[in-house]
Write a protein that binds this ligand. Sequence first.
Ligand code: ASP
Length: 419
Amino acid sequence: MKIFKFGGASVKDGNGVKNVINVLQKAGASDMVIVVSAMGKTTNALELVVDFYLQKNPKLKVAIDDVKDYHLQILDSLFLNRQHRVFRKIDSLLSDMETTLERNKSTQYDYLYDQIVCYGELISTTIISEYLGTHGFKNKWLDAREIIKTNDTYRDAAVDWKLTQSKILEKVDKMGMTVTQGFIASNTNNFTTTLGREGSDYTAGILAYCMNAHSVSIWKDVPGVLNGDPRVFKHTELLTQISYEEAIELAFYGASVIHPKTLQPLQRKGIPLYVKSFLDPEAKGTSVKKGQRLVPEIPCFIVKKNQVLVSLSSLDFSFIVEDNISEIFKLFHKYQLKVDLIQNSAISFSVCLDNKFNTFEELLKCLKATFSVSYEKNVSLFTIRHYTKEAIRFIETDKDILLKQSTKETYQIVVKQQD
Ligand code: ASP
């Protein structure tokens, strides 16, 4: 039993969907679960739908029509005849989505977000399942919300492993091909939840763990895990093999190639992860396995943009010690601010925060009541794993450095953002 995961970029148009067949032919279709994200930038488009709806913005209709037209165009390039039942299925999903909006009474953004954004994955998997079916790849479409069970934290739900495991064993066939959605799940009341942006990799990891899969392959538009994001760094190299530990570190520091939560379940059961190019399915890509040394052994660069650097000192000149630190962390937790770097001295405490949920201003109010606070918005956090002198020089050139930190393997700087 294998798990294949296709991200939004791999199925962004008709040719992308056709290429799924090419990948299956070259990489071997077997007993497997295929996990698919929403097509192209559909999740962003649906986020806009939610925003316009809540703002009562008249552009709502256009935003919904954009989502419809985009998928209809893909359908027309895949199915010659509009009589094919897939057209009715997609139409019905889109009407469900509109009905959900019409009937909605909630003003709770995170809840509504999950109820709407899930249609991206429901639509993409329906199209892919039908397309594979008409091309000889018999498969079963499965609603991931029946198997991935979570708590009530909309937009960032935590998996209920016990329940999920039993649902997966009950509902996913070990034999044959199943097509299901990444990213989406449901809570005990059967409302839709999501696992956080880019969470489809994590779904693949959850399925692999619960089914003791043989391997997970993530099909990407890059040749595998590179030693830097090619959108940020001009010269990047493919890492052909890395250990789970290294991959977890890279993902933790912000390498966007693998969702950070994906790796631990795989590591626990020693399930290999392959990151490969959907454009060249026979190329080697990257393998992530237990205890593998990094090949090639080169520095890896990661950048996280749009961070906030906050420095706190006490109002009464006392030291920042355990009790204040625990109070500070409680607030970070309350406002869902992710801490990416910590630096502590006797009188000041600095952190680099990811303001993912735009709650920084509220946090600031609370912090100011107890501490003297200074902060710098729009900073970037650069991390180098396995740093060398040249790597540091490369990364520091022409940067306005606000903070530095290093351990044996990891070098980090916080800099003012230039763009
Ligand atoms: N469609 C979701 C997103 O764009 C999940 C994923 O692609 O992994 O974030």
